[in-house]
Design a protein around this ligand. Structure first.
Ligand SMILES: C[S@@+](CC[C@H](N)C(=O)[O-])C[C@H]1O[C@@H](n2cnc3c(N)ncnc32)[C@H](O)[C@@H]1O
Length: 530
């Protein structure tokens, strides 16, 4: 088990991930996520970031010259035979008789026909079985025999007799896009296929073939992995790709040779850090820039508050490092995170430091930027939608309103000292909205201070928990009841507290899917929604 706290140890752990079974290694294999620093003590499983369960494991099968069985000789079978022929399979069709199309394939020697009814013996030695009889008794037999022989079987339009499903295909070979709903929504699959068809350039397959042609040369000329990754990014993003998609193959080849010459001569792989705001949870609230950077990062260093739905949009082969507090795992200190960022950037990596909300609003983005600047490293900052703005919008609460609030103050209530340092007389004034972050454990103090300094006990408040996510809860009430409300409804972090008349204005204006889960009939103004 690695020791916690050392950036060097940690980095060597993740670099040599295949040398020993470490905690992070196991997580890496399962979820492609590592936790920083790795936990000390017994092996504790932390929540999966990317691994969700799926009904079907997606794969593309290489069937060239492999025996495959097609059961049935009618029109469905003849539709299915073409995709098997296209894949180069050695096909035997079993059916008492064949339709004209299948017969032509038999006559031309492309497929073999065994005339007769299906027998379990037919499955022996096959790699794949397609059952296109449409006869439930035969289907049962084919499926049972296939399972017994451990051969994957697809019964056309009979989901319960399938051990694999055939996806809808968009073929721009060698680029093939497969879409499946696992039989849940075939019409939706058709619509998606049509959309992807139009979005996918006609010559994308040629682009892939050209890349394949050059792969060996690139590997020989550029020895390091990161350098090769950069080369391929330029290949697919720039002039070369434009040339190919426009059909200018000779110009593309010239450009490739030039790019390879430049890349092979360059030893400089400049890294960069991007401090990116991931918003409060709903991935739809990411900025376009955030998404672009998440898609091009080598490493993504993220907080716990960055939602799973957002992390799912990170480039699949980017390394994910969690530096947030996870139950059972230690969290990294700010110095350790700064050190980690600096080290990764110095290694030439493009590091996306993904933070919940906005990096510069209670996100310690300023400290990370300062560390990077002091180290003389390149960085960019991408703002995100801060929790107060996101949560308020998703609860129908305008943070300002001409009739109720002319200003809004963002505050953090993290730690006793931060509360003591606040200017309570000014915060207690009317006609302003307060948005309190990290306040859940300080509700009593906040309530007492505001009332002590003159804010009316009847000032409306709203607590928004897990705002913008499917778990969003909004609890409305009055300042004097703040602590009771939070206790009664078991409010947990992350939650934002909004104080001011605008909170009440939001009641009845909820638009985000939020069926009420708690009603307070005796005090109609109090509504908790989810
Ligand atoms: C360390 S601060 C980070 C704030 C972040 N940089 C931002 O701009 O939103 C964490 C606090 O933000 C608030 N927060 C973040 N996401 C939230 C969400 N989805 N719902 C409610 N509050 C949230 C909570 O008050 C939480 O304790």
């Amino acid at each position: 088990m690695p020791s916690a706290g050392s950036v060097d140890n940690f980095l060597s752990e993740i670099r040599h991930i295949d040398t020993s079974e470490t905690y992070n290694e196991a997580l890496y294999r399962q979820n492609q996520t590592v936790f920083f620093p790795p936990p000390v003590g017994p092996y504790i499983k932390c929540p999966s970031i990317r691994a969700e369960s799926v009904d079907y494991f997606p794969a593309f099968l290489e069937l060239k010259n492999k025996s495959c069985l097609l059961v049935g000789g009618g029109s469905v079978a003849s539709r299915k035979v073409e995709s098997l022929i296209a894949a180069g399979a050695a096909i035997t069709v079993v059916a008492p008789e064949l339709d004209a199309k299948l017969q032509r394939f038999v006559d031309s020697g492309r497929i073999t026909h065994r005339a007769g009814r299906f027998s379990p013996e037919d499955v022996k030695g096959q790699w794949l079985v397609v059952n296109a009889t449409g006869d439930s008794q035969v289907s049962n037999e084919v499926f049972a025999a296939s399972n017994a022989a451990r051969v994957f079987c697809n019964s056309v339009d009979e989901k319960t007799r399938c051990s694999y499903v055939s996806p809808a295909i968009i073929d721009r070979s060698p680029i093939v896009v497969a879409i499946s709903s696992g039989g849940a929504a075939p019409l939706l699959v058709r619509k998606l296929r049509a959309q992807i068809e139009t979005a996918l350039p006609a010559r994308v397959g040629q682009l892939a073939s050209l890349a394949s042609e050059w792969r060996g040369k690139v590997k020989n000329r550029i020895s390091d992995l990161l350098g090769r990754r950069r080369f391929w990014e330029r290949f697919f993003d720039g002039a070369i790709s434009n040339d190919v998609l426009a059909g200018r193959m000779s110009s593309a080849r010239l450009n490739i040779a030039r790019l390879l010459r430049d890349a092979a001569g360059s030893t400089d792989q400049q890294g960069e850090a991007w401090l990116v705001g991931a918003g409060p949870g709903d991935p739809g609230l990411l900025t376009i820039r955030a998404l672009q950077l998440m898609q091009s990062a080598d490493v993504v260093v993220h907080d716990r508050l960055v939602s799973k739905a957002v992390l799912a949009l990170v480039r699949r082969d980017a390394e994910l490092i969690s530096v947030g507090k996870t139950p059972g795992c230690q969290s990294a200190s700010q110095e350790e995170i700064n050190g980690l960022l600096i080290r990764l950037v110095r290694e030439g990596k493009r590091v996306c430091r993904l933070k919940g909300g906005d990096p510069f609003i209670f996100g310690r983005g300023g400290e990370e930027m300062e560390a990077l600047a002091t180290a003389g490293l390149r960085y960019q900052v991408v703002p995100g939608i801060t929790a107060a703005a996101g949560c308020a919008a998703y609860s129908g609460i305008p943070l300002t309103h001409r009739a109720m609030a002319q200003s809004v103050v963002f505050l953090t209530a993290h730690g006793k000292d931060s509360l003591d340092r606040l200017d309570w007389p000014s915060l207690a004034r009317d006609r302003q909205t307060l948005a309190l972050y990290m306040a859940v454990r300080r509700f009593q103090d906040i309530r007492d201070k505001l009332i002590e300094y003159g804010r009316s006990p009847e000032t409306p408040i709203a607590i928004i928990e897990n705002g913008t996510s499917d778990q969003q809860r909004v609890i409305h009430g009055y300042l004097e009841d703040l602590t009771d409300l939070a206790e009664r409804h078991d409010v947990v972090a992350p939650a934002i507290l909004i104080v001011g008349d605008v909170a009440e204005f939001g009641i009845g204006k909820e638009w985000f899917e939020s069926p009420p889960v708690i009603q307070q009939p005796e005090t109609p103004a109090l509504v908790a929604t989810r």
